[in-house]
Design a protein around this ligand. Structure first.
Ligand code: FES
Length: 179
């Protein structure tokens, strides 16, 4: 993730599109000369990778860029759990909840991460974004299989994969990303 310059209550993301993001969007659209609509998901990924989430102005901007209606983009944002409409924490903790990890205790691991970060574990967040710790440092969410089932339970912290995670590992993992 490049930046969290925009927040859900801050300036509109569409007013802050940097040149490199714009260039990447223009390039991505060229891959779909027959149907620009097919560029919807690539553009949403580019947008969220930059801003951390997709606000209403982002939905409208992407729709306009692809000659679509905003609902055509919003329905993707609300369908795919990966996309979020609110800002996550500075460090994003994604706990796998698919079978191998669930059997190895990932539901407990998520709850312990939440409690250690000061997050109410009963709040799932889902499409509006994962629950964020009061200090804004962490957000914790469930994700599906992270493709490392043999070392369950697995947790993705930002872009780092942590395997065989136990409750005892959690303070050390949080400390690694505390600054
Ligand atoms: S089930 Fe968790 S990594 Fe595959």
């Amino acid at each position: 993730m490049d930046t969290h310059a925009a927040t859900s209550s801050g300036p509109k993301q569409a007013d802050q599109i940097p040149a490199d993001l714009l260039a990447n969007i223009d390039e991505a659209v060229t891959h779909y000369p027959v149907s620009k609509r097919s560029a919807s998901l690539p553009l949403l990924h580019l947008w969220q990778n930059h801003f951390g989430f997709i606000d209403a102005s982002g939905v409208n901007w992407i729709a306009s860029r692809l000659d679509l209606e905003p609902i055509n983009i919003l329905e993707l944002v609300t369908f795919y759990p990966w996309f979020r409409q609110e800002a996550p924490g500075k460090t994003i903790i994604r706990v796998c909840r698919t079978l191998s990890c669930a059997l190895a205790g990932s539901y407990d691991v998520r709850e312990k991460f939440c409690k250690a970060a000061g997050i109410d574990p009963s709040v799932s967040g889902h499409h509006h974004g994962p629950p964020v710790s009061p200090d804004g440092k962490y957000s914790v969410e469930f994700v599906e299989c992270l493709a490392s089932c043999g070392s369950a339970p697995v947790v993705l912290v930002n872009n780092d994969l942590h395997e065989d995670v136990t409750e005892a590992d959690i303070p050390n993992i949080l400390n690694q990303y505390a600054s």
